[in-house]
Write a protein that binds this ligand. Structure first.
Ligand SMILES: Cc1cc2nc3c(=O)[nH]c(=O)nc-3n(C[C@H](O)[C@H](O)[C@H](O)COP(=O)(O)OP(=O)(O)OC[C@H]3O[C@@H](n4cnc5c(N)ncnc54)[C@H](O)[C@@H]3O)c2cc1C
Length: 397
């Protein structure tokens, strides 16, 4: 097999497959993408029917990425002819009086400042529009019509197919063992020999830390094992995407859920509800306590969402200490560009693929990614305390 490439992408999950596609649009057959397992495997972060996409952010840095995210998904849909984004509408819910940077007032203010339409609703208005919810007057909500889901499995497969159609080579079942900067190239060591690339895009999810170590970097990425549960609700008509939105419950314990999609079942999970692990030591075992917490929440707030458990699926988050993305060149290695997804990046996967392609081919990008550099204190200061820790989960052990 050819050993020299213009760009090699390591990892074909959500972000790597997107990078392969956007790179192939410009560099065609000079792009090689390498995946250690079979394409579509479920050992990483990207393989499920749905991931939330939304414009409701409290942080302008993220709001600035939402419009390009929707635009780039639309471009991929247009080129492939495959629908990927389903707009069910999106609801953010919280208890009135919640304070902190993430409360809904900050969200509303950030959205208003960016001309993003939204509606603020009290509990009665919420239950009038969506009687599936059972809320006390202590709850309020923010609705945005563009909220919905990205079909993650389809998106990955579409990215790979389009990358190939533009001439890229995609190798599955081939692990990259190490990478080394070598003058004006990067050496990529695999079980099938050493490949040389003018540029490497590292999109290795929970395995990123292993390859960063080859470059002498430690970003103290924390990997947690998370899970979502599909419930075979008997109340199908009430939970179709036309009638029921994606929702996020913003409290100390944050839950989220989806209408029926992909399975004949609703789906919900808890954000950072799982325990720390590594890509190698993770199990696929269901965390029964976490699932029970979720069921208790749903019994109280959306009882008809529930039904027999169809299955619970585990998955990995990979988080820098500040839980913000990294999209940058690896310090000291100008030919290696890295993405770290922070456990909430699927909605941006194709945009990030485009950003990575521009960083690799042009050394710069048209998109506002300055907050996600690799030289920020969260990554360089060993005393920086992780902010994502869910104290309630940690205390339970
Ligand atoms: C339960 C759960 C719910 C989520 N919900 C949402 C949501 O609602 N909205 C949202 O936006 N995001 C969500 N996310 C986050 C989102 O899914 C991730 O941010 C995204 O999937 C990360 O993609 P990735 O490509 O970085 O990682 P991955 O999909 O894990 O891809 C990395 C790939 O690199 C490969 N690889 C690693 N090392 C090597 C090597 N040495 N050689 C070759 N290949 C290698 C791996 O095998 C893997 O395929 C959720 C995540 C989880 C776990």
């Amino acid at each position: 097999m050819r050993k020299t490439w213009e760009v090699i992408v390591i990892g074909c999950g959500g972000i790597g497959s997107a990078a392969a596609y956007w790179l192939a649009r410009r560099a065609g057959s000079d792009v090689l993408a390498i995946e250690q397992f079979q394409l579509g495997h479920d050992r990483g972060s990207s393989q499920d029917h749905s991931r939330i996409i939304r414009r409701s952010y409290h942080n302008p840095d993220y709001i600035a990425l939402t419009e390009p995210a929707y635009q780039t998904w639309a471009e991929v849909e247009a080129e492939s002819g495959v629908p990927i984004v389903v707009k069910s509408g999106g609801l953010d819910l919280e208890l009135i009086g919640t304070t902190g940077v993430k409360d809904l007032s900050h969200c509303a203010a950030a959205m208003a400042a960016n001309d993003i339409p939204y509606e603020q609703l009290d509990a009665q208005e919420l239950m009038y529009r969506w009687p599936q919810f059972q809320l006390t007057d202590a709850v309020r909500g923010l609705y945005q019509a563009d909220g919905g889901l990205v079909d993650a499995r389809k998106a990955n497969a579409v990215h790979v197919a389009l990358a190939r159609s533009h001439g890229a080579t995609v190798r599955e079942g081939l692990a990259v063992r190490s990478i080394q900067s070598a003058g004006d190239a990067v050496e990529v060591v695999t079980d099938d020999g050493v490949f040389s690339a003018g540029h490497v895009v590292l999109a290795a999810g929970a395995w990123t830390g292993n390859l960063l170590a080859d470059l002498g970097l430690d970003w103290r990425l924390t990997v947690t094992q998370e899970q979502v549960t599909y419930f075979a609700t008997p109340h199908l008509r009430e939970f179709t995407p036309e009638r029921f939105p994606i929702w996020i419950w913003r409290d100390q314990e944050e839950f989220y859920g989806f209408p029926i999609y992909g399975e004949v079942a609703t789906k919900a999970g808890q954000d950072v509800g799982g325990q720390e692990t590594t890509a190698e030591s993770r199990t696929f075992e269901v965390d029964v306590l976490a699932r029970d917490r979720l069921v208790r929440f749903l019994e109280e707030r959306i009882p008809r969402f529930l039904g027999p458990e169809l299955y619970t699926k585990t998955c990995l988050y990979t988080m820098p200490p500040d839980r913000h993305f990294v999209l940058d060149t690896a310090p000291g290695h100008p030919r290696v560009t890295v993405a770290a997804d922070a456990g909430h990046a699927f909605k941006f996967a194709t945009l990030f693929g485009k950003v990575l392609s521009q960083l690799a081919l042009d050394g710069e990008t048209e998109y506002p990614i300055a907050p996600f550099t690799a030289d920020r204190p969260a990554l360089t200061d060993p005393t920086f305390e992780p902010i994502f820790r869910n104290e309630a989960v940690l205390q339970r052990g």
